[in-house]
Design a protein around this ligand. Structure first.
Ligand SMILES: [Zn+2]
Length: 284
């Protein structure tokens, strides 16, 4: 699954590529990605034609493409969803599912999705904040993100710190990879009971999460081609910066101890057994 930095890279590419442009027509090449549009593909095409995009927005891992009339297109990237901006004459990439043709005859926006867990849906009045995203907490990059309030919410929860980080209602945008990276940076074990954490310790974890995601975003920015907006959570193009995730048995970059992989929440958690010891107050 893409995490916040990957989605942020996509949003940035789309902002450059589609903001202010008028749609001539939309072509649904496979109905599955628009399955959430209950009136069907033909209606989806008809509803979107003639609308003009405003600047794409994001909260956490959620991305939406507002129109200047106040509605928005919500984009679920799923496991393999990608947006491409391609010249009109360019052949379709494999697995192109939806095509957006602009009145200016400039590059088309193409939604490509191999596995089709993702999809696109029209959300009425959703330009500012779609209903589907309203319950999601602000992410650490949001100008209105309030660190003290997030720390307070975290410490009121009776759970483990990694579970809390992955709870998108508490703070959004942090997925499995960056949760492990943030906990390593802050030297905190993933099962540390949130209600026993000090305020500075909780703040350090959230600050570390923002920092590791900012680093990843910086790297994505350098490898980013404006004509090819790609998001694929499994592509691993941020991997080289990772300190613990995916590094089982390799030495901790701080103390040299072999990194340990453990099953947690049906996924893998990576930690340094020395920098991130099992806490006295743990909630698994
Ligand atoms: Zn270590």
């Amino acid at each position: 699954m893409p995490e916040l930095p990957e989605v942020a890279v996509v949003r940035r590419g789309l902002a450059t590529g589609i903001t202010g442009r008028l749609l001539d027509r939309v072509e649904v090449l496979h109905p599955r990605p628009v399955r959430r549009h209950l009136l069907g593909s033909d209606d989806f095409e008809a509803q979107l034609s003639g609308r003009r995009f405003a600047e794409p927005r994001r909260r956490g891992k959620y991305l939406w493409l507002p129109f200047d009339d106040g509605d928005a297109l919500l984009a679920h990237l799923g496991m393999s969803g990608q947006f491409r901006l391609d010249p009109v004459a360019a052949p379709d990439a494999p697995n192109t599912r939806v095509r957006f043709v602009f009145a200016d005859d400039g590059p088309e926006l193409r939604f490509v999705d191999q596995r089709m867990f993702g999809g696109l849906s029209l959300t009425a009045g959703g330009a500012e904040l779609p209903d589907e995203v309203a319950h999601i907490g602000r992410d650490p990059f949001d100008p209105l993100f309030d660190l003290d309030a997030a720390v307070a919410r975290l410490r009121r929860k009776r759970t483990g710190i990694k579970r809390a980080l992955l709870d998108q209602q508490l703070v959004s945008g942090i997925g499995n990879i960056y949760a492990d990276e943030a906990l390593w940076a802050a030297r905190v074990h993933y099962a540390r009971a949130t209600d026993t954490m000090t305020r500075p310790s909780a703040a350090a974890v959230l600050t570390a999460a923002a920092a590791v995601m900012r680093d990843a975003l910086g790297q994505g920015g350098t490898s980013f081609d404006s004509l090819y907006v790609n998001v694929n959570g499994s592509s691993g193009y941020f991997d080289r910066a990772l300190a613990v995730y995916g590094r089982e048995d390799q030495p901790c970059r701080r103390c040299g101890s072999p990194i340990r992989r453990e099953a947690f929440m049906n996924r893998s958690s990576y930690r340094c057994p020395r920098c991130q010891r099992v806490p006295r107050h743990a909630r698994f």
